[in-house]
Design a protein around this ligand. Structure first.
Ligand code: NAD
Length: 272
């Protein structure tokens, strides 16, 4: 497997790294030389899967540590960044990946379903970005030319621009991430902190298994993807690795869509 970007010596926190896209990002960043903090939810199953990701990285010769934290909790996020800096001295890269879905028709959506998604996908990403900004801004020496003082990468979704019936809470959270990311990018650029998003389309992970785990659902899904295949976690991870590297040093405030063309309105091909 080729990994062109070099993240040697960098420390990266990846939230929700015990599963799906987060796991893929943790493995690719580690393969590029980063030391990785593998965040997982503080429950037994997530801890076991987080430990497996750490083990995979260490077995391949990399460095990683597992870090339990519910990213929607202010105290847990403080603890996560403390654990990272105690273990690896600093943090250079935050990948704000953890996210959930709780679908419901709007007339049936409970406040708890609305709140849980916003708390995780938007407030959780804010809490982690704030902690990262505080850490990056506390450095006493400016970065050398061609390097940033820190990088924040949000994992958004094509649903930051595509409306999503029965997932109003999710689409609202990702739409919020879009302007959160751009506002932070504008605010932090003078301090040499780069802030960007990666917006995946349909990626083969547990969060959207019903969309791809039967031949019929896969056939329907592929109608939405001009490139003709579902995405894999590594497709997203490679884009994240580039944004986390100094190869993208002049890139900030951008959303990179990794979606096989899903945002190109494929249903309009030959119609309209
Ligand atoms: P996933 O369910 O496999 O992974 C999500 C991870 O987030 C899990 O490890 C989960 O335990 C963790 N998590 C959830 N709430 C948390 C919390 N409060 N604190 C810490 N960790 C928490 O799903 P995935 O597809 O890998 O999703 C990762 C990100 O990618 C999400 O933000 C999701 O919205 C986004 N995304 C996924 C797709 C897709 O097609 N899979 C498409 C667009 C965007």
């Amino acid at each position: 497997m080729r990994h062109a970007v070099d993240l040697s010596g960098r420390v990266a926190i990846v939230t929700g790294a015990n599963s799906g896209i987060g796991r893929g990002i943790a493995l690719v960043l580690a393969a590029a030389g980063a030391r990785v903090v593998v965040n997982h939810r503080p429950n037994e199953d997530s801890a076991r899967r987080g430990a497996e990701v750490v083990q995979e990285i260490v077995s391949a010769g990399g460095q990683a540590v597992a870090a339990p934290a519910d990213i929607s909790s202010e105290d847990d996020v403080e603890h996560l960044f403390r654990l990272a800096s105690d273990h690896f001295q600093t943090v250079d890269i935050l990948v704000n990946n953890a996210g959930i879905e709780q679908p419901a028709a709007i007339q049936d959506m409970t406040l708890a379903q609305w709140q849980k998604v916003i708390d995780t996908n938007l407030t959780g990403q804010f809490l982690c970005a704030r902690a990262a900004a505080r850490m990056f801004l506390s450095r006493s020496t400016p970065p050398p030319a061609g390097e940033a003082a820190g990088k924040i990468i949000f994992i958004s979704s094509v649903h930051e621009v595509i409306p999503w019936a029965f997932q109003a809470n999710y689409a609202a959270s990702k739409g919020g991430v879009s302007l959160l990311m751009q506002s932070l990018a504008q605010e932090l650029a003078p301090m040499k902190i780069r802030v960007n998003s990666v917006a995946p389309g349909a990626i083969r992970t547990p969060i959207n298994a019903p969309a791809w785990n039967t031949p019929d659902s896969m056939k329907e899904l592929l109608k939405l993807i001009p490139y003709g295949r579902i995405g894999e976690p590594e497709d997203v991870a490679r884009a994240v690795a580039w944004l986390a590297s100094d190869d993208s040093d002049y890139v900030t405030g951008t959303t990179l869509f990794v979606d096989g063309g899903m945002t190109l309105y494929p249903e309009f091909r030959g119609a309209g």
